[in-house]
Design a protein around this ligand. Sequence first.
Ligand SMILES: *[C@@H]1O[C@H](CO)[C@@H](O)[C@H](O)[C@H]1NC(C)=O
Ligand SMILES: *[C@@H]1O[C@H](CO)[C@@H](O)[C@H](O)[C@H]1NC(C)=O
Ligand SMILES: *[C@@H]1O[C@H](CO)[C@@H](O)[C@H](O)[C@H]1NC(C)=O
Ligand SMILES: *[C@@H]1O[C@H](CO)[C@@H](O)[C@H](O)[C@H]1NC(C)=O
Length: 629
Amino acid sequence: AVTPELEGVANSWSFEHNKDKYNNQNAVNEFIQRYHEGLLPRGEIFSLMYQQHFDEAVNFFHVLYSAVDYTTFYNTAVWARFNMNEMMFTYVFSVAVLHHPDTVGISLPPLYEVIPHFFFDTQMIYQAMQYKMSKDPTIHHSVVFPANHSQITSMHTTEPQVKTHYFTDDIGLNEFYFYFMNEVPYFMTSHEVGMPKGIRGELFLFVHKQLLVRYYFERLSNGLGEIEKFDWSQDFPVGYHPTISLPNGVPFPEREPWSPIPVEKYDYVQEIEDVESRIYEAINSGHVIDPNYKPVNIYSPGGLDILGNIIQGNADSYNPHLYGSFVHLAKKIFGFNVEPFGKYPIYPSVLEYFTTSMRDPAFYVLMKKVVNFYMQYKSHMPAYTHNELIFDGVTIEHVSVDQMITYFENFEADMSNALWVNNLSDAEHFSVKASEPRLTYKPFNYQIKITSGKNTNAVVRIFLGPKYDVHGHVLNITDNYMNFLEVDLFDVKLKVGNNVVERSSKDSVYVVPDETSSHMYMEKIKKSMKSGEPFTYEKRSSGFPERLFLPKGTKSGMPMQMFVYVSQYEGTPAWTYESPVWGTMFDDGKPMGFPLDRPVYGFNFTVPNMYFKDVTIYHKEIEELNLTI
Ligand SMILES: *[C@@H]1O[C@H](CO)[C@@H](O)[C@H](O)[C@H]1NC(C)=O
Ligand SMILES: *[C@@H]1O[C@H](CO)[C@@H](O)[C@H](O)[C@H]1NC(C)=O
Ligand SMILES: *[C@@H]1O[C@H](CO)[C@@H](O)[C@H](O)[C@H]1NC(C)=O
Ligand SMILES: *[C@@H]1O[C@H](CO)[C@@H](O)[C@H](O)[C@H]1NC(C)=O
């Protein structure tokens, strides 16, 4: 909220007088010029997907990011909070906090509290505003509005994809995607953020494949089957009717099922067809063309990273002129939004924000195309040989898993920030919450019995995959290897003889527990300041929500398989990396998704150090559970 102290800082900060407080003085000079020319005004809608907005945001990012110390960072941010476009500020600030050396590890309030319009239904936002208008602003009010999904429910027959809305609209999932996409922002190189060489592009492909598979699980659970395929000359099969609106009240664009691509998108279609065929040419010929027309072999160590970067078209791309950005173009097309005439106003689609793109089923159609590049690349590599898969002397004897249960819990999220307030006292008198059912699960343990002929380090990989397709046919691993989700990866020490590895789903490196609300966070800080006890919190600022560890089960049980694989590990990784989203990452010399990253022959894909275990996921009503969490 606006306090006089903050306003004081905002009014007195001068870039001209503090140029020496920034490492990147070019950025500061450019920013001063841009500012005098006129930046995107306050109140306008901002999206990184528009060139002018992008340029301004990136320029300001370099200013904030190059602040020499915390005080400068703080003053710059406060100045921007009062003087820049609100949405641009929020974006740049969130990303800068993630990366600036003086703010790394600082935990920001959950994004859904900061920008509720991007997370909560328009209906609820209106209810909240109406409520505020009708109440005496001099006394305290606290209220909870239940979500009303009647609109969504009524669409089940015409747009069956909405059956998975509890997943695609999940506030934790959408927040995760924002942080994942800004772990290395589009406009920064992996070198700048200190990410080890050669993983950015592979991580981009691997994580999107994981998200696609995770979404596919929800489809299976709801009887939906494969994600729609799409060709650029076709009408677009999947519709989308957003339930959220932009903060200025303008609705996000809609799309009816089987709509023709709008005429004003034809230039993008032309461009993306070219880009797509160039990428396939690179994959099939084995070479990416660099800016000097030299072929660069991509079937070599680091080759997949090169491929991933050209597909995303990020700052590490070898040749942005030739390969453009496939993902960017596809979002422009699938969004079905009106193209702006000038700098603003813009009419972005949900696909043009990282915080909302996962809501639209078109996102998964797009990701399927991206993942197809990845799979095509891997299909040109030889299948793993027996020697590459075996771990001599090591056998998984048995795997046992506790019951897997999912359910919906009601979650109350603070959306007070959606209210219009006149002053600080106004803001302090209203607390408005949205209550929504969220998918969650009962944490479970599993046990892996391993015999080993030697004392050795090992890496264990755990996957979850479908057992049947949507028609009830048993899936053979030959056709199903790509549908396995890697749910955990960890190292263990094995001793000669019998070993029992105990693990909880909560331990998974890929998930994080629920975020603390900013209210709770403040309470904890206050308590700690009063008592003098140290205040501790997670170093990792965001991640995939643990709640979504399992896909929604069914009443009679959804059959799935767990795949466990143990491999040799030297014990000293080639690199380790502290990722703000994935925690401590380490390299055991294997590609991401190993050993299911390459095509598998069902008839000989068997070694003693792998194990398939049938599991069943049940979905229960919260009342049926005897919860002791
Ligand atoms: C939900 O919204 C519909 C119409 O939009 C309305 O008829 C219904 O009463 C609402 N339900 C609740 C519980 O508010
Ligand atoms: C399975 O057979 C294929 C085709 O002959 C071969 O390339 C591959 O190495 C074999 N894999 C294993 C694990 O034996
Ligand atoms: C804050 O705004 C409210 C109207 O929403 C008004 O009633 C109140 O007097 C204002 N308080 C101050 C301190 O200006
Ligand atoms: C998968 O198919 C192969 C033949 O292609 C067969 O040898 C193998 O037993 C099948 N696996 C399962 C689990 O049914």
